[in-house]
Ligand binder design. Sequence first.
Ligand code: FE2
Length: 296
Amino acid sequence: MPSVSSSAASHPAAAPRGVDVHPLSPALGAEIRGVDLTRPIDEATFSVIADAWREHLVILFRDQVLSEEDQVRFAQRFGALQGRPRPASMRAETAVKHPEIMLVSNIRENGKPIGSLPDGEMQFHSDMCYIEQPAKGTFLYAIEIPSVGGDTHFLNMYAAYDALPAEIKAKIDGRQAVNVFQYGSTSREGNNPDFDEHPHYTHPMVRTHPDSRRKALFVNRLMTWSIEGMEDAESAALLDALFDHIEQPKFIYEHKWRVGDLLLWDNRCTLHARTDFSDKERRLLRRCVIQGDKPY
Ligand SMILES: [Fe+2]
């Protein structure tokens, strides 16, 4: 694993003593060391964190002991918390103080899951891409983790776009696709949308990141259903080819969780997926997201 401090190189004056940025893979991701997120974060430290997020797209803080309040306070440095699109009547019972907090867990009490998205593998997706203003960033904090599996894989959608052949770029630039999610589904095969019932929204297949101004692919296997204005068979074939292109190992960082990890990822230029894990082991993570804008 590389251990070069990119913060020291790019922010010699702003990097406070002991705060370092360590890339996690050639594709994306960086660990930030030397920050205790339970304590107030000064402007210089926050600037290192924000710059690292912009550069590496996914950032990791290890060995954190975070209350719900700590997590929310840190997330709010990046923007307003975003409410959950899922109706309250369809949510699992959760003991959380903030309605924006979601527990991701397979733990069941009295036969009912205490959280959402409980079991098994989950295909690549971007959080809430099926609503008008999808989540900008997701903060996920690990409380209980299985001994094997339940990893999260992250994918760099700038790199995936840049590597496309020119003729495919020409085909999809300016095109729109419908994104839809049947709550609880974890694979394309299991996502059987009823467009009268399930949330869906049409977004550009290639979006421009509002901060970096770079183009990123904005389609994914789990939730991107069809391409607007294209015949069904052609749309399905093109999407399949795009998904296969996107999901190449060279664009991916595979994160193995440890208890106390807090990850922040940018839904505007990354995808994420979960690997399978045993239903005999407990998995509990705490999630909140910050409000995003309408993609363009
Ligand atoms: Fe997700």
